[in-house]
Write a protein of this length. Sequence first.
Length: 457
Amino acid sequence: MTKENWLKRSIRQMRLWGLRSFRFITLDMWRLSPDEIPQPFRLIANTIKVLYMATKSFIFDDLMSRAASLTYSTVLSIVPMLAVIVGIAKGFGLQAVVHDALVEAFPGQEDQLSQVFVYVENYLEQVQGGLFIGFGLIVLLYTVLMLIASIEDALNSIWQAPHSRPWSRRILDYFGFFLLLPILLTGSSVVTLLGTAVRNMVSPDVMIISSVMEFSLNLIPYIFSIASLVALYMLLPNVRVRFVPALISGTLAGIAFQIFQSLYISGVLWISRYNAIYGSFAAFPLLLLWMQLSWTITLFGAQLCYSIQNIRRFSFGEASLKASRRYFDFVTILVASKIIQRFGQEGAKPYRAESLSSECQIPLRLVGQVLAKLEEIGVINEIGYGDPIEEGYYHPAVDPELISVGYLVEKLDRHGFEDFRIDNEEDYRPQWEAMLITRQGYEQPQAGILLRDLKHS
């Protein structure tokens, strides 16, 4: 075999391997159930699935635009938000400690933070006195609330939360957050100071202890970033977020944030090169870049958290959202019959979406579509049992004695709006009657079978 033929064959094999890998990642992998994947490869397959779905969703949901929107909101809100934090810190006598903690938490931003704190002091003086005290206080609180509400809405969008929390609960939660933040910043600063004091007390000759102390102090910013992101991912979305997915995504995002922080500090050292162009304004473009990429990392971490927690929801990929009409009707009859039969069993626990998906081997997203449709047509109700963010249980919304196959399919068929200006009584009567003929099966004996009597073999 000549060298040229060998090269062509190698290129063909690499191309074939690439096409097979692409098909496996985008199609075949999603059709495999966890039991069909050997145990040693299950973690690898799930990791590939999570990274693929997180990246795909991040791109197609245009989260970069949301990061830009949050950057704009942050620029507008940074002085009022710090004014609230400093105002609360003053009440505890912790103003200087909070200032030092913020400088330590955001290295490379010392000059900007010092200038911002000057603005904050002026802002507080204007709010505390003068003719506009009431208006200034309202604007301050409104600006801060809108920023956090924007963050919550972005996370709710990622998690596909059906609705946001009521404003009364939002305000209470946000007030608690701002009450705790100065205390947390103080705690972080105290830990750093104690660690520095202990390190100074340790003799440099004791290399092991000195190295351990240095490593521990370097870990503090990472721990603070990770803890903040884990809390953000768990508490802000109006859904139940499990701790392990939040911890994994918060850890990865926190490490990425600190690495980016180090790169940013290196970039700040080059700022003198831009002084000739921007003058004293030179730090502002870098500050905007820092905010934009910080929000990008935060939102990608949230998307990663969603993908980890809902990896089973992506079974069969996009195909689960493109079921045929008859197959959708079949799954609807199956799901409704399961809910009704479980309702009739004394002491049996009602179904949830995940248990229906697991028992019937139906993709979770398809189950979600079917349950939403059954709720829309008034056949079932979701009961939350007092927890508005916990996934609910499903019960029949009408007497099971009335829910037959024909009743359900006809409810599906008639759901929606029909009062358009199409003349189906004269001009288009043949087409309307042809459609009605296809629905005559609703009157057949099989259509009268109650869903509770449909037992699987």
